[in-house]
Design a protein around this ligand. Structure first.
Ligand code: SF4
Length: 373
């Protein structure tokens, strides 16, 4: 199993909470598409002929690409890699981009899963976040997507937004479930550097949400989605039976992936590499076929930490015997202490986060991380 990720850094405008590498000037879209196609060809052996089960267009806002541009990329993928005929092919999209003509063209291009950045159903929240859509766009466009034939739709939602009540968040959660979609990613907002929210926080224009309120919204998300038939298969991801994201699972299963585009990361079990995070530099360096990425080889300790970070967040947790056998690291003491304190539950050699552990997962990860000494 392996995956290919395309980073499409263009956005119509910058959301107030976002610190991703994005570009608002879309003049270079065609140039980027051509460079990504060239990078695909340069790196066609990166996955060692393994079957590709997931292709993912992330961003940024990949729904800025038109269907011709997507077609061109996907045709190059098909002629240079072995693609599982049932591969999951996802496009991240903003609700305002999803009109009927565009949706039909996506389906024809082979996109079979949409991941839609809804974030909230409350227009005041959407304005506060500086999103480009209104709540009225959401249902209309998701209904259109279903009508046209998309039967694997994921939606992102944000909780813990400063200044907005628990009731307003819960209304969004209910509206989301009423859309009758297959997958939900619900993330707690964290205010990070290099965002407008961070500036507002420093100038005391906004205050971070109270911790109890944050936990209440998180717990309400888990309880409500569980009642509505969604399984929480990872801390922030919920799905109807059989609709786990293959793209996400690929990361958590330690499968290799090829990342194409500026700032995209790749992993091939032995090393990680990441492309330059500058659009013009990326296009120029790809043109010269050199110097467009940095690379690091992973030590046993790096691989262990990676295993902890990715697996502890999932419903299956981490396995004590596997850790001993593959990493030669004994974390029995830490695991039993975390079990005693109620952060982990144990099923034979498998350790899985409890509800308390899910809410405080960063603390658990910190306790299990190895510094290599
Ligand atoms: S659309 Fe997504 S990537 Fe673009 S600025 Fe907003 S949050 Fe960031």
């Amino acid at each position: 199993m392996s995956g290919i990720y395309f980073h499409i850094p263009f956005c119509h405008k910058k959301c107030n909470y976002c610190d991703f590498f994005t570009v608002s000037n879309s003049l270079n879209i065609d140039k980027l598409v051509n460079s990504e196609i060239k990078e695909l060809i340069i790196r066609k052996n990166y996955l060692n002929d393994s079957i590709v089960d997931t292709i993912y267009f992330g961003g940024g806002t990949p729904s800025i690409l038109d269907s011709k541009q997507l077609d061109k990329i996907l045709k190059t993928v098909h002629s240079n890699f072995q693609i599982n005929p049932k591969a999951e092919i996802t496009l991240e999209a903003n609700p305002e981009d999803l009109n009927e003509i565009y949706l039909e063209s996506l389906l024809k291009s082979g996109i079979n899963r949409l991941s839609i950045g809804v974030q909230s159903f409350n227009d005041d929240v959407l304005e506060f976040l500086n999103r480009g859509h209104k709540s009225k766009d959401i249902k209309k466009n998701i209904d259109a997507a279903k009508e046209i034939g998309f039967c694997n739709i994921s939606v992102d939602l944000i909780f813990g937004i400063p200044g907005f009540s628990y009731d307003s968040y819960f209304d969004s959660l209910k509206s989301l479930v009423e859309l009758n979609i297959q997958h939900i990613s619900a993330y707690g907002l964290s205010i990070v550097e290099n965002t407008l929210f961070y500036k507002w926080l420093k100038s005391k224009y906004v205050r971070e949400i109270d911790e109890d309120e944050f936990v209440k919204q998180f717990e309400q998300t888990m309880d409500f989605l569980n009642i509505c038939g969604f399984e929480q298969y990872e801390i922030s991801n919920y799905c109807k039976k059989g609709f786990e994201s293959m793209h996400n699972s690929n990361y958590w299963n330690n499968s290799p992936y090829l990342g194409i585009g500026p700032s995209a990361h790749s992993y091939n079990l032995d090393s990680r590499q990441w492309n330059v995070s500058n659009l013009i530099k990326y296009i120029t360096l790809i043109d010269q076929s050199k110097g467009f990425f940095e690379k690091e080889y992973l030590t046993n300790n790096d691989k262990f930490n990676e295993y902890i970070l990715t697996n502890i967040r999932t419903i299956r947790g981490i396995n004590l015997e596997f850790i001993k056998k593959y990493f030669f690291i004994d974390i029995k003491k830490q695991l039993f202490a975390l079990e005693n304190d109620g952060y982990l539950k144990r099923i034979n050699d498998q350790f899985i986060l409890t509800r308390k552990g899910i809410v405080l997962s960063n603390f658990v990860i910190e306790k299990l991380y190895s510094d290599g000494n």
